[in-house]
Write a protein that binds this ligand. Sequence first.
Ligand code: ADP
Length: 387
Amino acid sequence: MEGFKRDSIIFRILSEAISEGIIVVNKSQEIVATNNAANTLFGYEKGELIGSSLDTLIPVKYHHVHMHHVEAFLENSGKRKMGHGRDLYGLRKDGSQFPVEAGLNPFNIYDSTYVMALVIDISIRKKAEQEIIDLNADLEKKVEERTHQLKEALRKEKYLNELKTKFLSLVSHEFKTPLGGILTSSILIGKYPNTEQQEKRDKHIKTIQNKVKFLNNIINDFLSIERLESGNVNYKFTTFPLSKIINEVVYYANMLLKDGQKINYPENIDSIFLEFDEKILHLIITNLINNAIKYSSDNSTIDIEVLLDDKVLTIHIKDEGIGIPEQEQKHIFNRYFRAENALINQGTGIGLNIVKSHLENLGGTINFISEENVGSTFSIRVPISSN
Ligand code: ADP
């Protein structure tokens, strides 16, 4: 150390000219010289560090590791940057820490080995790096979100395309028979020109009306799916009497009745007012009553029952029809699903699926009990706001 001091003036002149901190240690890691920049960096007065161990400038938790590095370094002596690939920290006099990068330069002078460390404070660089890391993470998150949205949009579009294909094939199947019926009936009407043949004409007019209603229902169901899938359903809440909907639905359902079939109208519903989407309730009850008619035979009865408690309105639609085979009951609300015993009737397997989706969107529920060849009861529950 004495020897080192001999050239201290030259050292000082050179070292004060550069902005990096310079710390020179001897073999036992004792500090023998520092420049002003190093003192300022670590918060020491001029000369204060001389004679201290290098450990003074290193946070305690790195002491052990650091010792190893320096020893290894002195053995393979050569210029090298420290902190490459791992984080190095300096310890200020006031106890605070800051990230540093250190370049080590060993040299021999007067038969002793010294190491000169050039130290730079890299807080600002580290901060910038961290900002870039954060920005990247943010960007990655955004890309991920966007990718997810795009995938979702793609899935919907694919689904809607499938739906269109399905629609076309269903249309060709499901529309052919009723359209054929309509054509036949209208031809037959022309064959009854006489006044007293009104009864015959009426029969064919009824057939035409039925088939048109049937086709209309299929189209409504498809529109419903399209809206439900593309997220374009806008529910409109209004207050209306339940009897209005039941009357309308039953009025149209009466046109579809088979020979000897009858619908029992619910009792005491005149005072019930609902705050709900009127069109959707209409669609729901229409679907259930049309199924009850379609899946039961001549001379059977369909009961509509309405129950009301404080907040929930329950509507049961009960038929004496073909029922749903037990093993198929769990699939009944799946889109396009049709039970084996229903296939002789026309249908798309869409109605119940839509009914359920709408009800769930509106805070309601649907369930059923059914026994094959005995009958089915479908029950819907909807929240009501006023009575
Ligand atoms: P679709 O009647 O057009 O086939 P739905 O979605 O309305 O479609 O009904 C799905 C299936 O549920 C029907 O194909 C039938 O198997 C069964 N189903 C629905 N309602 C009844 C009912 N009242 N009686 C017996 N089976 C029914």
